[in-house]
Design a protein around this ligand. Structure first.
Ligand code: ZN
Length: 238
């Protein structure tokens, strides 16, 4: 666990660690990488300190172009996200885009209460910045997938007949949270495929693939959500 330090010693620690890092990599590495970047992919990840795409994939500097925010969102009206995508695809020729969510995401846990409001038909008023950042989650992710949550509930009732009511309730809450997190990733994958950047690239025959992954904080492993969107997305009949 990282120890919180006084501001000055914190700064010194980072500067010292950075010097060690620069020495370890060697000056030749930086002279080459300073010329240009050729990342193999764009990753959209949560700001969570435990989900660093470079570290969890053992990638080096220059290999991954990264966009991070609370709960790995890609908003169609967010200029920060659109700019990162545009730069990655049009300037850096990135052909693989990964949306990487993670189980136990504090951002999505934060909106579990608003989700309760969505179930109870009470009026919900976003108050904090995170509330506002994730306020579209209810309409975009939760409401369209309500039948999925009922299915979880039915499966638990069927498969865990001998468990207590409390145990089944806890199981339901956990599975519902995990599913919400996965659906959140799938929604962002879908959002990216709707951007002018990706659609224009596909129209030009450029084979960009958008992938959805989940990172498990408890095992350090990635899970493929099998929700890739590729150039064939343009040919859908709907
Ligand atoms: Zn998170």
């Amino acid at each position: 666990m990282f120890e919180q330090k006084e501001p000055e010693s914190m700064k010194l620690k980072f500067i010292e660690d950075n010097l060690n890092f620069a020495k370890l990599k060697g000056s030749e590495f930086f002279e080459q990488s300073a010329d240009e970047q050729k990342p193999n992919s764009l990753w959209i990840c949560c700001s969570d300190s435990r989900v660093s795409p470079e570290l969890i994939t053992q990638s080096d500097i220059g290999e991954i172009f990264v966009l991070r925010n609370v709960a790995n969102q890609f908003r169609l009206k967010d200029l920060g996200s659109l700019s990162a995508l545009e730069y990655a695809v049009n300037k850096l020729n990135v052909r693989h885009i990964f949306v990487c969510g993670h189980y136990g995401c504090g951002g999505v846990n934060h909106i579990i209460d608003p989700v309760y409001y969505a179930d109870s038909n009470k009026e919900y008023t976003p108050r904090t910045h995170i509330d506002k950042w994730l306020s579209n989650f209810i309409d975009d992710v939760y409401v369209p997938n309500r039948p999925e949550f009922s299915k979880i509930f039915d499966d638990i009732l069927k498969d865990y007949k001998d468990s207590t009511v409390d145990e089944r309730r806890d199981m339901y809450i956990q599975k519902k949270k995990d599913l919400l997190l996965e659906l959140n990733v799938k929604k962002q994958v879908s959002n990216i495929s709707k951007t002018d950047v990706v659609k224009n690239a596909w129209k030009d025959g450029i084979e960009i693939v958008i992938h959805g992954l989940m990172y498990d904080l408890k095992t350090g492993k990635l899970k493929d959500l099998d929700c890739d969107h590729d150039i064939n997305y343009l040919k859908r009949p709907w």
